[in-house]
Ligand binder design. Sequence first.
Ligand code: FAD
Length: 475
Amino acid sequence: MTLKSSLVWFRRDLRAYDHAALHHALSSSAQVYCVFVYDSAILAPLPRADRRVNFIHASIAALDAELREMGGALLVRHADAVDAIPALAAELGVDAVFANRDYEPGAIARDADVAARLQAAGRAFHDFKDQVIFEKDEVLTLSAQPFSVFTPYKNAWLKRLAAHPASLAPYEIAPWASRLAAPLAHAPLPTLAELGFDEADPQVATGMAGAAAMFDGFLERIEQYATARDFPAVHGTSGLSVHLRFGTISIRHLVRTVQAMLGYGGGGSGAPVWLSELIWREFYAMILYRHPHVGERSFKPAYDAIEWESGPEADELFAAWCEGRTGYPLVDAAMAQINQTGFMHNRLRMVTASFLVKDLGIDWRWGERYFALKLIDYDMASNTGGWQWAASTGCDAQPYFRIFNPVTQSERFDPEGEFIRQYIPQLASMGRKQIHAPWLHERKGAARDYPAPIVAHDEARKKTLLRFDVLKAPV
Ligand code: FAD
């Protein structure tokens, strides 16, 4: 132990177990304070009712309760973090601030500012890998380059894990919990109203306990994951993305559990497929870190030459997509899901993204921003990765000439029309064969008012192939 006191800054790691920064602070300091900052720079542009703010608010209360049980407490600030962290560090007189790394370009810039201010005042800033198993340059090609194709990345990731099993070791907290400090003059946690927000039901269990219960539930279904995960009407996936986003569950705990299952032949065909999805998350985090332009521009620069639709007609098509009035039932049901719940099933994220870009000819960035506004699990790396995959502009993306047909996707992945009926009750009277393309069939009652398709898929497909022709031109 070398430090008198330190401060742990919680961000997207809202848990009190297996936490790298908390572990390192506790094991090296006599006294450890904890803080979370509702960053006014992030909150200011959000709508007044935002499910993510509710999720964080509830998870912060749970984290505070957990820290109190261990003898500590969570200090909470509502300010610009770049000012608040150095100010609090000075107020408490700590030697250092500890935090877990965030790989988004804005977060990297913010942390550099905070570190510079702390250092100018004679304090240290220590950051740690926590939200992924392997970060930055830990998984490279044989010629020490970053991967841009998923499968070889995944193989190298698995090889590295086999060679470094300690990467999954939990960061212990309990041995040093008595070093947690609880300041005496400790204001109560701010209410949502004090933060300037209204209630918005996150529609998902919050906090560490919520995450643990969801994971336990999923483990009972993991064997079916490989077959069930593509069907939005089936409860086939884990639903843990929001918990991974805010760190209310530890990625090491998830991977350790799956690895242990694979070790004794458990988890059926589902466990390795689920592990692959967790590796996709790390792949996209690595891509964003190595190629920060992917948040704004195509991963492949040549694709920036594509001319997307613009003007009032494109604005109207985009509004119809956002509001679920495209006339394609699976697309509209998916948009109803994101608008009503803040979540969208992975298959539907692919279908709606493909529809916006390749049926409506609209820039993937418009859709990316809409998802960023609505998704409770919004994560810049996975969202830009998913959108650029669907738009064919990204790394290891769908080839541009492979274009999802929204009707056949519907017939394949919602064969009974169950999901469509749940989100578009207006179509409830349609039969299982007719519901995927209502305009081709006789309709009764409310189903008659369901909109006609805003584009004809076959024509849109031809237009898209022409649009992507620009890539064939010599550069
Ligand atoms: P599960 O199937 O249980 O998978 C387990 C975990 O693996 C997920 O929680 C997630 O962390 C990770 N994962 C699964 N699929 C992917 C993937 N394709 N890429 C990266 N990680 C994955 N995921 C986000 O977390 N945030 C986003 O903002 C996001 N935007 C997306 C946008 C588009 C256009 C597409 C096609 C995909 C996007 N994804 C995003 C990935 C994926 O759709 C979600 O992670 C998944 O639907 C979350 O549900 P789940 O937790 O039940 O996943």
